[in-house]
Design a protein around this ligand. Structure first.
Ligand code: ATP
Length: 189
């Protein structure tokens, strides 16, 4: 029997937005995966120094509301439950034990961060990448990694921009899934 093909979509999701939803729909629609797992980072150490971060339980609740009903997608709290800084290598090691084959689903902005990830060299040997375009820049698979670039039309939205627009009073319906709107209690900072 072939191994279960698992797409791993990790993030901070502060908040989840329609760009994430488009990414997940594209990834599932690609037919590459038997399941997509969204993991909500407990302590995204590359981001948490940047400013106030919405507490993990609230980000998890928003991610479940945003993605829980999407076809093929499950939302996991494993990175929150593990505690400590969130390293993708730990998540991948845990999931490989289930016998799955793993592809990391990442936005193009993450490609340049990969060398800073813990155990990046090992990670490159045990997972493939499925990279989603963001913005107009040409996306390529970095050397030393295996993977594919998605053919999706880029969606110009980020959590940072979403927070900024919400703080300015923009209608949340154009930014986040409907189901997330009642959970948007983050105080502006
Ligand atoms: P920030 O504004 O802090 O950079 P973000 O919008 O990138 O946040 P994250 O939770 O950090 O949100 O992202 C989780 C994953 O989703 C990352 O791999 C990121 O590249 C990807 N992603 C986020 N927004 C998009 C988008 N509009 N299109 C494709 N991928 C996206």
């Amino acid at each position: 029997m072939n191994a279960r093909r698992l797409g791993l979509f990790g993030g901070t999701f502060d908040p989840p937005h329609l760009g994430h939803v488009a990414a997940l729909r594209d990834a599932w629609g690609s037919g590459r995966f038997d399941e997509i797992m969204v993991t909500v980072a407990g302590d995204p150490y590359l981001k948490s120094a940047d400013g106030a971060l919405t507490p993990a339980p609230q980000r998890l609740a928003m991610a479940k509301a945003a993605f829980g009903e999407l076809p093929g997608v499950a939302v996991s709290d494993m990175e929150i439950a593990r505690g400590g800084p969130t390293y993708t290598i730990d998540t991948v090691r845990e999931l490989l034990e289930t016998g799955a084959e793993i592809e990391l689903i990442i936005g193009a902005d993450v490609v340049s961060q990969l060398p800073r990830w813990r155990s990046a060299d090992e990670l490159a040997t045990i997972v493939a990448l499925y990279v989603l375009p963001r913005g107009d820049e040409m996306v390529t698979i970095p050397s030393g990694w295996r993977g594919q670039v998605a053919h999706m039309e880029p969606v110009d939205l980020s959590s940072t921009e979403t927070r900024a627009k919400l703080e300015k009073g923009e209608n949340p319906a154009g930014l986040v899934p409907e189901s997330v709107i009642p959970l948007l209690t983050r105080a502006p900072h």
